[in-house]
Design a protein around this ligand. Structure first.
Ligand SMILES: Nc1ncnc2c1ncn2[C@@H]1O[C@H](COP(=O)(O)OP(=O)(O)OP(=O)(O)O)[C@@H](O)[C@H]1O
Ligand SMILES: [Mg+2]
Length: 501
């Protein structure tokens, strides 16, 4: 159904060095709406948008923009027609002022007495004000945070009267409040009739702001649909090309004995939390931001002092005085920020995987190279870690592959309990699938997993049981038939008697 398409792509194809990266892609965007473009890494999203912006030439197909059809665009022409693109790597010139950046290459000239500087400053200030951001146009761009630089980029698009603004993963560099501000700006823009094409790997955002969504997979169009006809599960399915049962591998084995029993745990924020983890199961922890999920993990991990309660690990009292002791006793935490704590980014992949088991690999004081290589070979095939060489420093791996290396390490050590905090944040759907499989491999070897995740689809798909938290308490536990998106949301948000507001 086309109401008022501003942009129509017909049969676009692109070949790089003999390899087709876009195959016969067609879809339309409606005027004044946010249109999301999603797909796994390498699906062709950026390439397609560079074609629309005239930065890359297609090998076939046409672009119809505001009723005019083009077989090729160039950047100049695209800009003139009102198409603007904001790349992930922002392109402002750091030592020039915000205003100079906005009007770069189009400095105002006037025959009257006004200095063009003054005109530029005023106009830049007006544009920024229209976006509702407080940035002094005289500031050198390099002094702004990346979030603010992004806003300047948007102002720049506006100054060119763009009526289509393409944003390629704008949220990848933003957090919390900055993201809210971006969404507000997008709202302002669409109300003024501007169309936004929004590329993101974060599906929550897509559901929050997009009206329509187009999915690409391996250079081909999977489909375009109004967002209200989709749910997350269906969207993930479209992106990965697998049914959800396959995306979320179920455990193939019986759940074992209790491994960790927590009773009545309270810390500064946690209130009387009790639960049990069994060998070989995944227990998901759901709840809103601030509900106490991370605190629950920290309490078990020995990072926060307990005010009340106690823990037993395999029947023995467990009271770690800190993370180091927790790890020595077989309780591990894989933090959200892998770069900070999960991985030695300056060390090779080989060392990240084998360091913790070096003792096992050492004979007569020498590292047994063959044994070490076997471990690496196994990790590589087990995990399909896409690595040029195990000698590569871990920092050069993509986020998904870094997480796989972290899990590979624990697969060698086999702790009793692994706490995963947001295990797949920032990771594309294909790599997610592999991480899920790794989690199940850990389960099969008897490891109990406590998984904290803000992605409800993941919690629902992977957990054998779900603990729902609110205001520092575990307010419910769901398993089997009881598990549903609605049940989790209801538990997480319903106000409970006796709870502080
Ligand atoms: N200049 C280029 N030369 C050769 N191949 C390229 C070039 N640019 C992109 N490709 C290839 O085209 C395919 C699509 O890449 P593209 O960057 O469009 O994907 P994407 O969907 O934006 O991925 P991501 O989510 O990782 O940003 C990839 O296989 C990529 O390696
Ligand atoms: Mg891209």
């Amino acid at each position: 159904m086309t109401i008022d398409p501003i942009l129509e792509l017909q049969h676009i194809s692109k070949v790089y060095a003999g390899v087709p990266v876009l195959k016969d892609v067609s879809f339309a965007c409606q005027r004044g709406q946010v249109h999301a473009l999603v797909g796994e890494n390498g699906a062709g999203k950026s390439t397609l948008m560079k074609i629309v912006a005239g930065a890359v030439q297609p090998n076939g197909g046409t672009i119809t923009f505001k009723g005019e059809t083009f077989s090729h665009l160039n950047t100049r022409l695209a800009l003139d027609k009102g198409i603007s693109i904001i790349y992930q790597e922002l392109a402002l010139i750091p030592h020039m002022t915000v205003a100079e950046n906005i009007f770069l290459g189009r400095e105002q000239r006037t025959s009257l007495g006004f200095t063009r500087q003054k005109l530029m400053m005023d106009e830049a200030a007006a544009l920024l004000q229209r976006l509702g951001v407080q940035i002094d146009p005289r500031t050198p761009a390099g002094e702004l945070t990346v979030a603010r630089q992004q806003m300047v980029e948007i102002a720049k698009s506006l100054s060119r009267n763009a009526d289509l603004i393409i944003m390629d993963e704008p949220s990848a560099i933003l957090a919390g409040q900055e993201l809210e501000q971006l969404f507000q700006i997008i709202e302002t823009l669409t109300q003024a009739g501007v169309t936004i094409i929004y590329i993101s790997h974060r599906l929550d955002e897509v559901f929050q702001i997009a009206k329509n969504v187009t999915v690409l997979k391996d250079g081909e169009l999977v489909g375009t649909a109004p967002i209200e006809q989709l749910n997350r599960a269906r969207l993930v399915e479209m992106m990965v090309g697998r049914s959800l049962d396959e995306v979320f591998p179920k455990s193939k084995h019986a759940i074992g004995d209790p491994v960790l029993v927590a009773e009545n745990l309270s810390t500064q924020t946690l209130k009387q939390a009790s639960f049990t983890l069994h060998a070989g199961e995944i227990v998901g922890v759901a709840g809103m931001v601030g509900s106490g999920r991370t605190e629950l993990a920290r309490a078990i991990f020995g990072a926060d002092a307990l005010q009340t309660g106690h823990i037993t690990l395999k029947g023995v009292p467990f009271a770690p005085r800190g993370p180091q002791q927790a790890i020595e006793n077989g309780v591990t935490l894989v933090p959200e920020d892998r770069k900070q704590q999960g991985l030695f980014t300056g060390l090779s992949i080989r060392h990240n995987i084998t360091l913790p088991i070096l003792k096992r690999l050492t004979r007569w004081g020498m590292v047994d190279r063959k044994a070490e290589n076997d471990v690496i070979a196994r990790a590589k095939s087990d995990l399909s870690i896409n690595m040029a060489s195990p000698e590569l420093e871990a920092q050069f791996l993509s986020g998904g592959n870094q997480q796989k290396v972290v899990l590979a390490k624990w697969l060698q050590i086999l702790p009793s309990v692994i706490i995963l905090d947001e295990p797949t944040r920032g990771i594309d759907v294909g790599a997610k699938f592999e991480i899920y499989q790794l989690m199940r491999q850990l389960n099969e070897k008897g490891v109990a997993i406590l998984m904290i995740s803000s992605e409800l689809v993941e919690v629902l798909g992977m957990s054998d049981r779900i603990l729902v938290m609110q205001d520092g308490r575990i307010v419910g536990e769901l398993a089997g038939e009881q598990v549903s998106e609605q049940a989790v949301i209801t538990l997480a948000t319903t106000h409970r008697e006796g709870m502080s507001a």
